[in-house]
Design a protein around this ligand. Structure first.
Ligand SMILES: [Zn+2]
Length: 222
């Protein structure tokens, strides 16, 4: 189902993925119901990127200063981010559910965007550690897409198979990295999906307090 663009002001609580690439995938919400695409324009992509803290603030400020100057090019740059996001969603969910073979179209799309990012990057040394650097000079409006494509490869290369989850919340489907000590995190967030599940359980228990198998049932039926 195609996600319908929806105006949304990003808040820190929208970033529960534990990795910028998973947070990118989660910019479509309610994937298991009526998907809404919270990246409803290029300026919104910049807002989201700033909130993640994984991009150069100076680069984002520079891009924001010229936003609106070339709507057509901005729309195409946003489309490339969306294409990367959807390919990553297909790949991440296939990996979580251990689906084989991996979705070839998605792999091909990630490969294409990664190659474009590498072609525009420079090899720099941080101390003695080499890394690929993405800058505005070479990437322009594709700066966010190129950073994300490199990050995606890093995540996929060191895929934490037993730690990536898909939230079972009713209108959610967000993906996240479970970094809890016991590795038993079930919900994207206890404040939203976890809480509403708890609420439903509570409601069901209230509906049948006479059920002796239900530890919450009270003998007085209250
Ligand atoms: Zn959720």
């Amino acid at each position: 189902m195609t996600a319908v663009p929806q105006a949304h002001t990003f808040r820190p609580r929208d970033l529960v993925g534990g990795h910028v690439v998973l947070d990118l995938v989660n910019t479509v919400t309610a994937r298991n119901a009526e998907p809404a695409d919270w990246l409803d324009g290029y300026p919104r992509l910049l807002e989201w990127a700033a909130l993640t803290g994984r991009f150069s603030p100076a680069a984002l400020t520079e891009l924001a200063a010229t936003a609106g100057a070339d709507p057509g090019t901005e729309a195409r740059a946003l489309d490339r981010v969306r294409e990367l996001r959807e390919a990553l969603h297909a790949l991440v969910t296939a990996l979580v559910h251990d689906d084989t073979p991996a979705p070839a179209v998605a792999v091909g799309r990630v490969e294409k965007q990664w190659k474009q990012a590498v072609a525009r990057s420079r090899l720099v040394l941080d101390g003695n550690i080499p890394r690929l650097d993405i800058g505005l000079d070479a990437s322009g409006l594709d700066y966010p897409a190129h950073v994300l494509a490199l990050e995606a490869l890093e995540l996929l290369r060191s895929w934490p198979a037993d730690r990536v989850r898909v939230c079972p919340g009713g209108r959610c489907g967000w993906v996240f990295l479970d970094s809890s000590r016991g590795g038993r995190r079930r919900w994207c967030s206890m404040a939203t999906c976890g809480n509403s599940a708890k609420g439903r359980t509570h409601y069901r228990r209230k509906q049948r307090p006479e059920d002796p198998r239900d530890p919450a049932a009270s003998p007085t039926g209250t």
